[in-house]
Structure formats: structure tokens, C-alpha cells
Design a protein around this ligand. Sequence first.
Ligand code: FES
Length: 141
Amino acid sequence: MYSDKVMDHFRNPRNVGEIVDPDGVGQVGNPKCGDIMKIYIKVENDIIRDIRFKTFGCASAIASSSMATEMVKGKPLREAWDLSNRAVAAALDGLPPVKMHCSLLAEEAIHQAINDYRERMGLEPWKEGPGHFAELEEHGH
Ligand code: FES
């Protein structure tokens, strides 16, 4: 059911933990399954210098968090914002269709952490694109 990459990131998740003095924090929960993901970021010159996550959730959610943090680490905030859950799933060599919504948790938590940072800096939060919400509607649990 799961690719080798999903199993690898589930068994050895990268960037697990928390940042003591973060510049931004994002936390999202999936109301249907009750899974929760928290992401901490450290930002320097608009670049994500460090990122950690804690996920209380299924294998797909943990593997997606791990892969997503690897993909945005060292990247400019705008590029990190544009990372879609589909890109994360593709980097994991795919997720079973019923598990795609689990990867959305990582995308949302990164968005929240970025907007938390922007608000702390006195900047306007960025808005989700319309495609994002279409996907949220379609992924009933
Ligand atoms: S995030 Fe809840 S089942 Fe995967």
C-alpha cells in the first residue's frame, strides 16, 4: 500500500521536534480523524533556516510532514508557501488516494507557520489560492 519512501519517512522522520524560540508556529488538525500537526519555523532574510514538526497522526501524515519539511528547508518563504500537498505526495512516490488528505495537513501547517511569522512582523497574511479550497472540499475522510 505504501511506497518505500513513505515507509522510510514514517520510520525515520526528518526534522522532528520543536524550536524553542520560533519565528512562526502553525498548528492544524483534521477534525474527522483527530490527527494534529504542529510546525515551527526559524526565518532569516525571508528564508526558512530551520523547521521542525510534531505530528500526532497516521503514517501518511508523518511521512508527509517529514518530506514537506525537507522540501522547504533553506527555501524562500514564497517558495515554501507554493509547495502543494500534491508535490509532497509525488516526492514520496505517491500516497494512496484515500490518504491524500493527510498530506494536506503539512501544507496547511506550513501556511499557518508562515502567516504567523508574517503577522509577528506586522505583514499582511498571505491568502490560500482558490484551488486549495476546492481540494479541501473534495477530500472527505
Ligand atoms: S491525517 Fe488523519 S488519517 Fe491521515
